[in-house]
Design a binder for this molecule. Sequence first.
Ligand code: CA
Ligand code: CA
Length: 260
Amino acid sequence: MKKWIGLVSLCLVCSEAWAGTAFMDSFDTADTIDINSNYATRQAGGVVSAQYTGNQDWYAIGGNKLVHRGGGEIVLNANLADYLVGHDFEISLKQTMLNTNSNWTAVYLTSATEPTRSNSRLGFHTWGTGQLAAVYTVYGGTGAAGAAYTATARTPAQMNALWQENFGTDFDRTAEHLIQFISTAGAGGTNTFDFVVDGVVVIDDKVYTFNDDTVRQIEMVGTIPNHSDGGNGALYDDLTVEGFVPALSTIRLIGISDSL
Ligand SMILES: [Ca+2]
Ligand SMILES: [Ca+2]
């Protein structure tokens, strides 16, 4: 005689999530001084699409890249907190430093309590090639709300040594480089990131924490004089944020019946 047990298992999988592209700007559009030209199409590779606000006059689009040709600050007008806070994430970009003096260009993450470059806990600036004391200055730190970032610099000699070790050549400061901040979420909101250039870990496990979890925005600023070096400053391409990207909620119903 068969005995029916009726075993039904209900499985609900809601907001299944994975690492995905929260934001990506290819800057692929015709040369223009309007840095928001065609922005939705340029940013179609991510789930967030937004315009840049602020001092746009110091930037342009040229050769399908963002040209930083002056000093002013711009802000990507999107809050990326949901994709970054409490999660592993990666911010990457391609950068070419054309400036030959000792000025710099910077990209960094802000929060509600760390709203400017001076207190950002994740970011960097790249020096013009005339600056012989440093190639990069990288931000981090765990201070109180609004405290200044904790800097780690890398000198030309340090970069040359790393490049000799990995590629057998000196580091070319004028070439395009892929920059990655690969961040790992830690206990108690204290995170670490690796600062990676062309696949080489330049700074390992830099510790940081923001004092606010509600806002994360990308900003850019610099001290490059307007149209110095015949209009060159720095070029940016493929600004990308990979993070926690919730998929469309899915509901899976599994019914299992068995009999003995
Ligand atoms: Ca491009
Ligand atoms: Ca590491």
